[in-house]
Design a protein around this ligand. Structure first.
Ligand SMILES: [Zn+2]
Length: 189
């Protein structure tokens, strides 16, 4: 951030009274410009005993497989956002079953919420965002080609739950430690 979005003055990054972290702030109009994590919302679409994956037609991770998801918009609920992303990426309609995973991506300041979602029918089709859409059996999931850690985490937890005959909500985190990305498995909620 370089300029104040309120008055256009150049901003300063540094300590302030009553703030526990340094912040961008405007010396002219005194606005503090907070920077907080972004929320990503998505679906783990289910049809019978299969899960839906989409091959990404856009960057980042072009060509890899993902479950539908994207940035939450203002003025929508997380469930609405998840269903909207599903529509944008697959033209598919879902019934949201419940919150499946909460995944913190600390290196990029994001929180990913994935909902278990049942496909309403099989009218999905490829879109500008997805070059291929496939319903996979567990044994056919292309684990080595999954685009994002949060998607792999959601898929892994879904198959674990299914074996146990349970539906749970899981938390996890991706952290960067010693130049290495590590997934931390959180507690079941
Ligand atoms: Zn200002």
């Amino acid at each position: 951030m370089k300029f104040c979005s309120v008055c256009g003055n150049e901003v300063v990054f540094g300590d302030l009274e009553h703030e526990h972290l340094p912040r961008f702030h405007c010396p002219n109009c005194k606005t503090i410009h907070y920077e907080n994590p972004k929320i990503i919302v998505g679906c783990l679409p289910i049809w019978e005993d299969k899960v839906m994956l989409c091959r990404r037609a856009i960057e980042p991770q072009h060509g890899l497989w993902n479950i539908p998801g994207g940035f939450m918009e203002n003025n929508e609920s997380v469930e609405q956002g998840a269903a909207r992303e599903m529509w944008e990426e697959t033209f598919g309609r879902v019934t949201i079953v419940g919150l499946h995973t909460v995944f913190n991506v600390l290196p990029v300041n994001q929180v990913h919420l994935h909902f278990l979602a049942e496909l309403q029918d099989l009218t999905y089709q490829i879109t500008p965002e997805s070059s291929e859409i496939v319903l996979f059996n567990e044994e056919d999931v292309p684990w080595a080609e999954i685009a994002f850690a949060s998607s792999a985490f959601a898929l892994k937890k879904y198959f674990e739950d299914r074996k146990l005959g349970k539906r749970r909500t899981h938390t996890g985190s991706l952290i960067r430690e010693d130049q290495k990305w590590t997934i931390i498995d959180g507690l079941n909620l």
